[in-house]
Write a protein of this length. Structure first.
Length: 534
């Protein structure tokens, strides 16, 4: 009997899908042997040949679009329906776990597993191989012919293959029909707090990218009886409590990226996670931000700085700068790792507003229309850990000009403390002000606390002022407490054009905290230098 062949357009879509959206190599769950991309057609040829025009049309009809063949939207809907039909047939499971010693490599599987497969338990000599066998048995019991595991399905001796895998891994997890997660240190939801899987860098995207996920405990027993554990409210509640990721984000369709979350929020999810290689702290986030700088193991912390620069260029959002701790060796305005980002705080964001007129250049970070508040050293106190808590106060000569602001609390080491004490031109650079519709103008709201950099001036040139950022252990905030004594103010050098909105309302005390009060400002361009202070 002749083998059924699918129509040409279906076969073409199938080839496009397997060569662009699934891993380069998978595992046959019945034999524990590799299946290359070129062989995937043979695995699913019968199912693909059975796809009919009616199957595709039913998906189109379900969208409710105009079914007239000449309608442009119909053509797009049909392509999407065909792609989803093929994707629903080419089902593979994907594995997520905490790596341990003796994990089987690509070389191990290629050289120790016979073409007939690993059929006898006595051939299993390591815990890693035993885990892989259990994965295959679990996936096969769930109806999957193919499964992917990062331990052995990537030939890590091949730089091109490794680079492709890192760039495409988020997509592979997103296109998998099911992600199987093994929590090797957990027997119940109560163990999640101490489960290593929730502490690793790579597992963040492995949690968020898949549409369906299934958790298994230490003994490979499922945590729920559901097909998709993202539908279990109790498990999702426990997971959200441990990771800090909102349940709505975990259960959302994130296959095309994380929607509705800012850079700071996503970075905060990664801030407590660890990776074995320094570079992986950046590489494991490529898919979450949908940016793809080159891969270069050996570059160390430069990898994360390059990632942040890509994020700045693509998303141009101020909250990428909400960090504390050590600055990158590449740029004093950029953090050295995800650990610099604090837990996300919606109140600090200020409704998602912030500076938009900034550019990373060869000279540094160019900022325009950013309010600068002159500061003076007030006091310091040493704690038991050896860190110092420093209080900085707005200079008295600036209060009437720029409004009334509260003190800034700085946490730093002794070296930074001495630097702050010596500095004679300290300023707070507010990041999350509200841009005004007027050119080069912005608004500050009385009663709100703002995120800021701590800067000091290095010099001036024809293009503006050059500033250095002082690295601090904490994210700095400054409260806007009241309006200036004068209704309007203009500095002689054109630095500020500060006025109040027309709806000024006074409160019962001398300071105004009414949310309707806005401070309008103007500021010229200036640079943050790449050079880091000692």
């Amino acid at each position: 009997m002749a083998t059924l062949q699918p129509p040409t357009h279906i076969a073409d879509e199938f080839q496009h899908y397997i060569h662009n959206h699934i891993p380069a190599r998978l595992i046959d769950t019945s034999k524990l042997t590799f299946v290359e991309r070129s062989d995937v057609f043979d695995v699913f040829s019968t199912e693909i040949a059975q796809i009919t025009e009616e199957d595709v049309q039913r998906r189109v009809d379900a969208t409710g679009v105009d079914t007239h063949p000449e309608a442009g939207i119909y053509v797009s809907a049909r392509k999407a329906a065909l792609r989803e039909t093929v994707r629903d047939v080419v089902r593979y499971a994907i594995f997520s776990h905490r790596w341990t010693d003796n994990e089987p490599s690509h070389h191990d599987i290629s050289t120790t597993v016979s073409p007939g497969g690993l059929s006898k338990k006595r051939n299993i000599k390591t815990a890693g191989l035993a885990k892989l066998v259990q994965l295959c048995e679990t996936a096969r019991a769930l109806g999957y012919k193919l499964v992917w595991s990062d331990t052995c399905c990537i030939d890590k001796t091949n730089p091109a293959e490794l680079s492709e895998a890192i760039h495409a891994m988020f997509k592979w997890y997103a296109h998998a029909h099911l992600c199987i997660v093994h929590l090797a240190a957990s027997l119940s939801l109560a163990d999640f707090e101490h489960e290593p899987w929730f502490k690793r860098g790579w597992t963040l995207q492995e949690l968020l990218a898949p549409r369906r996920i299934k958790f298994y405990d230490q003994g490979w027993r499922p945590f729920t009886n559901l097909v998709n554990d993202k539908d279990d409210q109790g498990l999702m509640f426990a997971l959200s409590a441990v990771t800090g990721i909102p349940r709505d984000v975990v259960i959302a369709d994130n296959s095309r990226g994380i929607k509705g979350c800012g850079v700071w929020e996503i970075m905060s999810w990664a801030s407590t996670r660890k990776t074995t290689r320094i570079e992986d702290a950046a590489y494991c986030l490529y898919g979450l931000f949908d940016v793809h700088p080159s891969i270069a193991y050996g570059e160390g912390e430069r990898a994360f700085a390059r990632l942040v620069k890509e994020i700045v260029e693509r998303y141009h959002t101020w909250d990428v700068f909400v960090w504390g701790g050590e600055a990158s060796q590449m740029h004093s305005a950029l953090p050295c790792s995800p650990a610099c980002y604090p837990r996300w705080d919606e109140a600090m964001v200020g409704g998602g507003l912030g500076m938009t007129d900034f550019t990373l250049t060869a000279h540094g970070l160019r900022l325009t229309s950013v309010p600068l508040i002159p500061l003076a050293f007030a006091s310091d106190e040493k704690d038991e850990s050896g860190s110092y808590t420093v209080m900085l106060s707005p200079r008295s000569d600036a209060v009437t000009a720029l409004g009334v602001y509260g003190d800034i609390t700085v946490v730093c080491g002794s070296g930074r403390l001495q630097h702050i004490r010596r500095a004679t031109d300290l300023h707070a650079c507010i990041l999350n002000y509200k841009p005004s519709q007027r050119s080069h103008r912005g608004e500050l709201q009385v009663g709100r606390t703002y995120v800021c950099f701590l800067l000091y001036m290095e010099g001036r040139n024809a293009e503006g002022s050059t500033w250095l950022k002082v690295a601090t252990d904490n994210v700095l905030q400054i409260p806007c407490k009241g309006v200036p004594a004068k209704r309007s103010f203009e500095m002689e050098d054109g630095g500020f054009d500060l006025s109040l909105a027309d709806d000024v309302r006074t409160g019962p005390s001398s300071s105004i905290y009414t949310c309707g009060v806005m401070l309008m400002f103007f500021c010229p361009s200036f640079y943050l230098s790449i050079t880091r202070p000692n």
